[in-house]
Design a protein around this ligand. Structure first.
Ligand code: SAH
Ligand code: SF4
Ligand code: F3S
Length: 478
């Protein structure tokens, strides 16, 4: 007997458009939201004009990010004139930091949700539909979800739920694909660096328990992922909260190295990457792990922020430039061709020409593969907003240009030195513009472009480098 689908009720598909600002953690959060929305019969669309629901997942790290959201809301508001059912959600760090004040500034918002409340998204949408008023969920993650499981039965249950969650992969957001997946291992930050809003937008550090991380990783690998990037604001301090409250007993290497070592035993996993970290919590055993575990690759992002001890002290980074350079040395002793990248802030209050010169000389000494440099942006709630000796914008701009010019020169030198050498490359995605062209990354995280008739995605192959520029290496398959 054959069955027909004709008489089955057809559920109208709703359409969601998601715009994501900020760090990789926000990308991972957008993916989580999309997963929940797919469960509510939503389908992802590319443009806001096609959508019944627009999600702006926001970042609060610099002043400009909030301005961008406000002007974006001004544009999107117009769409409500022609699409009366359209709902606009503001989520992420601006939502959390600005709270309900945002509803007054932008009455077009229908849903306001902080990053600690993502699980509530389906309920909030229902609330908007029923009440025709803005629905609001703010606040940090509190003993719920992945984070508090005491008995073995509870852990097994949430492990199964975590595995299941990752079995419904969402379409690629911001150019990523199924070969490389993000797994958030920690929320929040306890550090309160004097320039930074993150502790105010994401709360204190809460680590996801190792069995839950493992379940998510295994689930992604089962669907074909090869590379996993573990996310946290300060991954180096992963698990210290679990140790403190008696939920985890680490080895002498500490809970983060224990987790990484366990991950590296999974045969299907080709590479582990980490984003992002504070050098204060970077340990010697972690540096040594890079030497013993090839899956860790030969690349690490270690934000320094400044090369001047005076400024580092004012930033409350808890390390000096010498402490930082010692960690760099640990890494390079473990892996001599270790590639490093960093974040730097220029024009922090009180930064003199001599302080800035110290930053330039640190960059020359470390020879990063690349770096992200930002002009200091004063943020509400943070200590530095009250600091005197504000650096004029024109000086910040000049320093940023000098720093970027120095780094560009170093990056080109490092990239050109790869010409003629063979590198193992994990291919991640096809080029959107050029046909028969694929992009991957080598162990040092350098972007490598190769032409091929057959798809290379998901394969780890030897590539001989033939050309190099500031952004990528070009090569041919060996
Ligand atoms: N946890 C990481 C940083 C995460 S925030 C660490 O401890 O280094 C990402 C980057 O944004 C920071 O490294 C810093 O360079 C930049 N940033 C943060 N606050 C900033 C501000 N107020 N002005 C300019 N850049 C800022
Ligand atoms: Fe911000 Fe990083 Fe400092 Fe935490 S450690 S306060 S995230 S800069
Ligand atoms: Fe921005 Fe929030 Fe990430 S402020 S950088 S999206 S943690």
């Amino acid at each position: 007997m054959t069955t027909t689908l004709i008489d089955e009720p057809v559920l109208a598909t709703r359409k969601v458009h998601i715009e994501t600002w900020g760090c990789q953690m926000n990308v991972a959060d957008s993916e989580k939201m999309l997963g929940l929305l797919q469960g509510q019969n939503y389908q992802l669309v590319d443009t806001p004009e096609q959508a019944d629901l627009i999600v702006l997942n926001t970042c609060h790290i610099r002043e400009k990010s909030t301005h961008k959201i406000m002007s974006r809301l001004g544009v999107l508001k117009e769409l409500k004139l022609t699409n009366r059912g359209l709902k606009i959600a503001v989520t992420g760090c601006v939502a959390q930091a600005e709270g309900e004040k945002l509803l007054k500034r932008a009455p077009t918002i229908d849903l306001l949700m902080g990053p600690g409340k993502i699980d509530e998204l389906p309920r909030l949408l229902e609330e908007v539909k029923e009440t025709h008023r803005p629905a609001v969920a703010l606040g940090f993650i509190s003993g719920r979800g992945d984070h508090t499981h005491e008995t073995p039965e509870e852990i097994a249950k949430s492990q199964a739920a975590a595995f299941e969650e990752c079995q419904h992969p969402v379409p690629s957001l911001v150019g990523r694909n199924e070969i490389s997946r993000f797994v958030t291992i920690q929320q929040g930050c306890n550090n309160f660096c004097t320039f930074c809003v993150v502790p105010f937008t994401r709360g204190k550090e809460i680590s996801v328990k190792p069995p839950i991380v493992m379940a998510k990783v295994r689930s992604f690998l089962q669907q074909g992922a090869k590379e996993i990037t573990l996310l946290g604001q300060n991954v180096n301090s992963y698990g210290l909260d679990l140790v403190e409250n008696g939920r985890l007993t680490p080895t002498a290497d500490g809970p983060f190295v224990d987790l990484l070592r366990e991950l590296c035993t999974i045969p299907e996993l080709a590479r582990v990457r980490l984003i992002t970290s504070n050098p204060h919590d970077f340990t010697f055993p972690l540096a040594q792990l890079f030497a013993s575990e090839p899956k860790m690759g030969k690349y690490f992002h270690l934000p320094v922020q400044s090369g001047s001890d005076v400024i580092l002290e004012k930033m409350k980074r808890k390390v000096t430039a010498a402490d930082y350079l010692r960690r760099v040395q640990w890494l390079r002793d473990a892996v001599p061709d270790m590639a490093l990248s960093t974040d730097l802030i220029v024009g922090f209050p009180g930064e003199s020409d001599a302080d800035f010169d110290a930053t330039l000389s640190l960059v020359e000494q470390v020879r990063y593969h690349f770096l992200y440099a930002f002009g200091y942006s004063p943020r509400k709630h943070t200590a530095a907003v009250r600091f005197k000796d504000v650096v004029p914008e024109a000086v910040k701009t000049k320093r940023l240009a000098a720093l970027n010019a120095l780094q560009d020169q170093i990056t080109v030198e490092i990239n050109e030195a790869t010409i003629g050498k063979t590198h193992k490359v994990l291919f991640l995605y096809p080029s959107k513009k050029k046909p028969d062209c694929f992009y991957g990354r080598n162990a040092q995280f350098q972007l490598v472009q190769v032409e091929s008739k057959a798809s290379l995605v998901g394969q780890e192959l030897d590539v001989c480098i033939t050309e190099a520029n500031k952004t990528a290496l070009v090569g041919t398959l060996v």
